[in-house]
Design a protein around this ligand. Structure first.
Ligand code: NAI
Ligand code: MG
Length: 497
């Protein structure tokens, strides 16, 4: 026996894998005590404020403004002024230059933004570092490329900007949703008033610093913070030409009612209850990773989350067994720890909603499974959860939970899978896992969902359009399609050949 072999023989076999914590440095972020609204390139002292916190510790982070109707009016006026006096007339290549700058600065400052995003929103640093930040920069790069090519994007038409865009975004991907909204709007030559969600305003406020670094002309992007009351003021503002909203179906419907008959353009990206469909010929271990990524990514705070798992009956048992085993390896805890897989729930309000829906699942007769895990005492937490024995009529199979909760259903034939998958008021996304290419195409044709992933899940690319059917909303973001809502193409005439 060699020395090395002897050493190995004596080494105790580990019975459990524990991880030493690997915290990301928080001091890369400098927080101000108080933030105002960013209007016309200046910080405006807010009249009313509230405290934004870290959902992982309930620690107060900063005071931010709750914009009043007058403050919203000032932001819209600044955007109108910037639109009429310069921005819509500068050369498209010049517009692109600013977008390229913003993209590069985001890359340079990505660590700082990632830490802030995890601190204010509760998502694992692994995700904000590897998903939110790279994708945010990629969106600015992508739309920078279109800014001087709009006439090629829409041949034989005369694309013109529409004016001032009011943009209201949610808390699940704060900076990424900002990028999805601002990049195409500016590339098309519009100006913007954007409101981040009330629980996650800080990355949008830090973004104002990027705008200054990029020397974007004042008033082209204005950021006001506040809750739904501020959002409603933006929707009502007369001088806003287009509203882009991502959030709940309930608020989306209210906005649509408010705007009916005004001639303002509107796009809505609302909720979902996506089916992730596993056929018996799928590579099961990969499918299990796809299920995990589909529902536990970002604590399940994902509009396109694969929250309904449809498993072909013949493989039900091995899939559930593998899934439960994989669930026990998920590490739940401090969002700033690089080992963390599942972070904090974004707010008390969202935690209450998850708890309420999970309770109905148990009452209605579904069987609950949660892996053993110790949740931190402070902050908002929910263990990764799987429901089996779920009927299609249960609320957990119908309503968007927007948390780390999976409902498992079964099917026998592809036809039945399609019928169950489409049996929802939503239609944002779906996943299909199978070895057969022909089956992927057959399914994709029949699924009423804006995005269908095949043998993968939750993949995003700025060049690929994203958006829904039915109560998931209308309009597309990303890709060439994502420019359309920000352009006037109707006034254009076909050019004679
Ligand atoms: P919400 O729709 O109330 O909030 C989204 C954004 O809209 C926030 O910026 C909010 O301040 C703003 N807002 C709220 N009321 C408004 C109004 N009357 N007029 C204009 N803007 C308004 O969503 P909430 O209450 O945070 O979450 C409730 C549920 O909505 C979640 O549990 C989830 O199911 C769903 N949701 C879906 C999202 C998606 O990505 N599609 C994102 C966030 C929530
Ligand atoms: Mg709400």
């Amino acid at each position: 026996m060699t020395e090395l072999e002897r050493k190995h023989e004596r080494a105790p076999v580990p019975s459990e894998w524990t991880y030493a914590s690997a915290p990301e440095a928080r001091d890369i972020v400098t927080l101000q005590e108080r933030y105002g609204h960013y209007v016309g390139g200046e910080w405006v002292e807010p009249r009313e404020t509230y405290t934004t916190i870290s959902p992982a510790s309930e620690e107060p982070l900063a005071e931010v403004g709750q914009a009043t109707p007058e403050e919203v009016t000032a932001a819209v006026a600044a955007a109108r002024d910037a639109f009429e006096n310069g921005w819509s007339d500068i050369s498209p290549a010049e517009r692109a230059k600013y977008l390229f700058r913003i993209a590069r600065i985001l890359q340079e400052r990505s660590r700082e933004f990632a830490v802030l995003e995890s601190l204010n929103g509760g998502k694992p640093i692994k995700e904000s570092r590897d998903v939110d930040l790279p994708l945010s920069a990629a969106h600015f790069f992508y739309y920078a490329g279109w800014a001087d090519k709009l006439e090629y994007a829409f041949p034989n038409r005369r694309p013109r900007p529409i004016g001032v865009a009011g943009q209201i975004i949610p808390w699940n991907f704060p900076l990424l949703m900002l990028a999805w909204k601002i990049a195409p709007a500016l590339a098309a030559g519009n100006t913007v008033v954007l409101k981040p969600a009330e629980t996650t305003p800080l990355s949008a406020l830090l973004f104002c610093d990027v705008l200054r670094q990029a020397e974007l002309p004042p008033g082209v992007v204005n950021i006001v913070t506040g809750d739904g009351r501020t959002g409603a003021e933006i929707v009502k503002a007369e001088s806003v030409d287009k509203i882009a909203f991502t959030g709940s179906t309930e608020v989306g419907k209210a906005i649509q009612r408010e705007l009916a008959g005004t001639g303002k353009k509107l796009t809505l990206e609302l909720g979902g209850k996506a089916a992730n469909i596993i056929f018996d010929d799928a590579a099961l271990d990969q499918a299990v990773e796809g299920i995990i990524n589909g529902i536990y990514f970002n604590q399940g705070h994902v509009c396109c989350a694969g929250s309904r798992l449809l498993v072909q009956e013949s493989i039900y048992e091995p899939v559930v067994e593998k899934l439960k085993r994989r669930l026990t390896t998920l590490r739940v805890g401090d969002p700033l720890d690089k080992n963390t897989d599942v972070g904090a729930i974004n707010s008390k309000q969202q935690l209450d909603k998850i708890q309420e829906l999970v309770a109905t699942g148990e009452e209605e007769g579904a069987e609950i499974y949660q892996p053993p895990c110790r949740l931190p005492e402070k902050g908002y937490w929910f263990a990764p959860t799987v429901f089996t024995n779920v009927a299609q009529s249960y609320r957990i199979a119908q309503e968007e939970i927007f948390g780390p909760v999976l409902s498992i259903l079964t099917f026998r034939t592809p036809e039945e899978a399609v019928e169950k998958a489409n049996n929802t008021p939503y239609g944002l996304s779906a996943g299909v896992w199978t070895e057969k290419g022909s089956r992927i195409l057959w399914m994709a044709e029949r699924l009423r969902a804006g995005v269908v992933w095949a043998n993968t899940y939750n993949r995003f690319d700025p060049s690929s359009p994203f958006g829904g059917y039915k109560e998931s909303g209308f309009g597309r973001e990303g890709g060439r399609h994502g420019l359309e809502p920000y352009l006037d193409l109707d006034g254009s005439q076909a050019l004679s050949p």
